[in-house]
Write a protein that binds this ligand. Structure first.
Ligand SMILES: NC(=O)C1=CN([C@@H]2O[C@H](COP(=O)(O)OP(=O)(O)OC[C@H]3O[C@@H](n4cnc5c(N)ncnc54)[C@H](O)[C@@H]3O)[C@@H](O)[C@H]2O)[C@@H](O)CC1
Ligand SMILES: Nc1ncnc2c1ncn2[C@@H]1O[C@H](COP(=O)(O)OP(=O)(O)O)[C@@H](O)[C@H]1O
Ligand SMILES: [K+]
Length: 509
């Protein structure tokens, strides 16, 4: 499991470590700087000239320590520092004093006019960025953009909010780095919003504070396939098809059944024992002509849905893909007021639109899977906070939005995107970061969301809990996209699942 630690949580851990008496802040800073140096000499083996930009806090202190360590290796090092080194925090002052070379003022002009460097060390702001960057330091960040291919960011590209991945440069973008070296744990801002694009390659350095991790309290984590939930994907030899559940996926009318068929195919591929498509009479012929392993049942009305659900062997539902808003609203009504036994249900696409703004708790076994636009219809106030220019740091993040949405809706929310956030009402939250080596840009194709809804429905049908189903489903969806690669269309995703499952479950044959 890879935990994501916010700036405040990192400060709490660092404080606990220092207060224990086992380690000094200065030692942590030295380890951090050693980690930056090790990573940058690996990344740029032939380099020997550095320009180190030091900000007013401990991030700047790391910068001074990096400067000293590089000079000790024989590098030519130029240091630019924000005014008033004496007003820096104590450990940073110690490192500023230990730097015996010259220091130029940290200005855009000094950066632009000085001698070229092989590597630029961005130690202007890290976890302490608490308000928007303006004035000269904003100009420095803009000037750094011109040499981004040679920038190593200490903890964060300066101007990037490490809790949200959002820019704290009004009207501008943060520095961009080729390499970002962070300490202890990755921060949410490294994987959310603009973070992945601006951080470049990521290295996490162990600075020896893991023993104080408890001081952080509850953290979010990255979805990775070492999560125990993935162990539930296998099937045992003794089981029969009903052991693996029965998913019912509702379709729209004639000419609008493709989306639900995609979902159904994915639900079957992910291992649901049986999958039935529930179609209105007008679409029965169309669906029947297109399916083989899937089953078909006529469901015209809320009453027909309630009747279908009298069969207790149906263990999960999917409402939304291609359903049409009116039909979605009617069928959702049957689930909420039709006297049927609740089932784990994926509510996607048109069913989300039919739902409208969420003001109170929804059934706890629902999973909402909105993309950004649908999220704004469900939770307009949270979406507005996500798009408003942040007045201070830390900025409101997609994790914050997902968590608050899940708490309000009383069920699991999957806020989709390249940085998908999965949140449960009990406070659990994860990020699925489709970036770096995990990038899946070809998922931006029509129908891929329908497949995700089907994967999650299939997992729910198999009895996987809703939060685990959302996390594993999101990972498997992106892994299927990476397996296919360029040229991917949504139809390919279910067909790629066997190869992905073989890898994850570990059946080579
Ligand atoms: N927390 C930890 O465990 C460790 C932290 N270290 C370093 O310390 C950094 C955190 O240090 P700090 O908390 O001092 O924070 P930073 O150095 O990131 O920035 C805080 C300083 O910048 C000022 N500031 C904030 N926003 C500003 C703005 N918009 N314009 C102008 N000035 C602004 C603050 O007043 C403060 O002086 C980390 O990112 C990391 O680089 C490392 O030395 C080692 C371990
Ligand atoms: N650039 C991207 N990188 C990774 N995943 C993406 C990207 N763009 C979209 N996705 C994923 O693709 C899916 C798209 O879903 P959605 O927007 O509902 O599409 P549709 O309505 O066409 O099915 C989501 O799972 C989303 O997380
Ligand atoms: K920095």
């Amino acid at each position: 499991m890879i935990e994501l630690v916010t700036s405040a949580q990192m400060r709490a851990i660092e404080t606990a470590a220092i207060e224990s008496g086992a380690v000094r802040g200065l030692d942590l800073m030295e380890r951090a700087a050693e980690g930056v140096v090790a990573a940058l000499v690996t990344r740029w083996p032939g380099a020997e000239r550095a320009c180190v930009l030091c900000g007013p806090g401990n991030n700047g202190g790391d910068g001074f320590a990096v400067a000293r360590l590089l000079a000790a290796r024989g590098w030519t090092v130029r240091v630019l520092a924000a005014a008033g080194a004496d007003r820096m925090p104590p450990d940073a002052v110690s490192n500023a004093r230990a730097w015996t070379g010259p220091v130029a003022p940290l200005t855009a002009e000094a950066l632009a006019e000085g001698p070229q460097a092989d590597v630029y060390v961005d130690a202007v702001f890290g976890t302490g960025l608490s308000r928007p960057v303006t004035g000269e330091l904003a100009r420095v960040v803009a000037a750094l953009a011109r040499v981004s291919a040679r920038v190593v960011a200490v903890d964060a590209p300066s101007g990037l909010c490490l809790d949200s991945g959002r820019s704290l440069i009004p009207g501008g973008i943060p520095a961009r780095a080729a390499l970002t070296v962070t300490f202890g744990w990755r921060k949410p801002g490294h994987v959310l919003a603009q973070g992945p694009e601006l951080c470049g390659e990521m290295v996490t350095v162990d600075i020896g504070v893991a023993a104080w991790r408890e001081a952080a309290g509850v953290t979010a984590s990255l979805v990775t396939p070492d999560d125990p939930a993935f162990a539930q994907l296998d099937k045992t030899t003794a089981a029969h098809k009903f052991t693996h559940g029965h998913a019912l996926i509702l379709t729209g009318g004639m000419g609008r059944t493709g989306a639900a068929r995609l979902s159904a195919r994915a639900a079957l591929r992910i291992g649901a024992g049986l999958v039935t498509l529930g179609a209105p009479g007008s679409a029965m012929m169309e669906v029947a002509a297109q399916i083989t392993a899937l089953m078909l049942r006529r469901i015209d009305s809320p009453e027909a849905l309630a009747e279908a659900l009298a069969d207790t062997r149906i263990t999960a539902l999917c409402l939304g893909p291609g359903l049409g808003i009116e039909r979605a609203a009617a069928l959702l009504g049957a689930l909420r007021e039709g006297g049927v036994k609740p089932r784990p249900t994926v509510v996607d696409a048109d069913a989300l639109t039919a739902l409208g703004p969420v003001s109170g708790a929804l059934p706890e076994d629902w999973v909402l899977t909105p993309h950004g636009g649908e999220f704004a219809r469900l939770f307009p106030d949270l979406a507005a906070r996500l798009s408003a220019e942040p007045a201070n740091g830390p900025a409101f993040s997609r994790l914050d939005a997902g968590r608050q949405a899940a708490a309000r809706a009383g069920c699991v929310v999957v806020l989709k995107g390249p940085d998908t956030v999965i949140a449960a009402p009990d406070g659990r939250s994860s990020v699925h970061a489709a970036s770096g080596a995990q990038a899946a840009p070809w998922l931006a194709t029509a129908g891929s969301g329908d497949v995700l809804a089907g994967i999650i429905t299939g997992l729910l049908a198999r009895g996987v809990g809703s939060y685990a189903a959302a996390c594993t489903g999101t990972w498997l969806h992106a892994a299927a996209a990476r397996h296919v690669g360029p040229g991917l269309i949504a139809e390919d995703l279910p067909e790629a699942l066997p190869a992905v499952l073989r890898r994850v479950i570990g059946h080579p044959g």
